[in-house]
Design a protein around this ligand. Sequence first.
Ligand code: MG
Length: 270
Amino acid sequence: MKTIAMKVIVCLFLVAMVLGVSCFAAMQAKKYDVHDKTRKNPIVIKPPRRLGLPPSDAIILFDGKNTSEWVSERGGGEVKWKVENGYVEVVKKAGGIRTKKAFGNCQLHIEWRTPEDVDPKISDQKRSNSGVFLMDRYEVQVLDSYTKDNYEDNKTYADGQAAALYGQHPPLVNACRKAGQWQTYDISFLRPIFDENGKLVRKARITVLHNGVVVHNNLEIEGTTSHKKKAAYRPHPNNEGYIRLQDHGNLVRFRNIWIRELPEQPYLIK
Ligand code: MG
C-alpha cells in the first residue's frame, strides 16, 4: 500500500511540475511588437568585479569557509570532506557531497584542482577523478588530463577526459592546466522536461567553459550519466536535482562555487 501511495504522490508531483512549466510558458509567451515599449526590461544586477567572482544575484554554494550548503550524498548526512585554506577536499570513501537545495536551469561556476604529485604510472580514470553532476545525474568529468605529449604521457578514453560530458561527448578541445593548478568550469545548464507520463519532451542542454574556453556549445545531453553503457533518460521531476561532487577516491579540491538560477524560456519549450 505504501508503495502505491508513494507512486501516486510522485505522479501528482510530476503533473504539478508539468502544469507549472506550461502555465509559466503560457504567461511568458506573449508576443511583442518590435521595440514594444510595454515589454519589461530585465532586472538589474551587479556584475562581478572580475571574472570568476559571483555577480550580485548568485547563490554562494561554497565560499571557502564551510559546507553549510551541502550534505553527504549518503542519506543527506553531514559532509565529511576536509575544509581548509579556502577549499574543500574529497575524503576517500566518505562519499560524494551534494547541495541541500535543488536546481534546474542554472549557471554554475566551480573551481577545481587535482593533486600535484601524482605517480605518473597512475593513469587513465584513476588519475585524480571526480566530477560535477547537474541535477544529480549529468556529469561533467573532473580528471587530470593535462598532457605534454599529445596524450602519449596521459591517456584515457576521450569521452572520459576532463570536461567531457562523461560517456557521451569529449570536450571540443583539451584546455587543461597542469595538475596542482586551479582550473575553472563555467556551466550553463538547461534542464530536461518530462510530461506527466514521464515521457521526455525536451532533452537537457549544456554549455561548458573550461578555463574560459568553450568546450561544449549548447550540447544536447543524451541522458543520465552511465559507465560502460549508452546514456538514456530516466524520468525525474522537472525541478528536482542537486549539484553533486563526486568522491572517486582521489584528493581533488574545490573552491569558489556559486550558482545562478535561470528562468525557463518559453521558446525553449515545445
Ligand atoms: Mg568522474
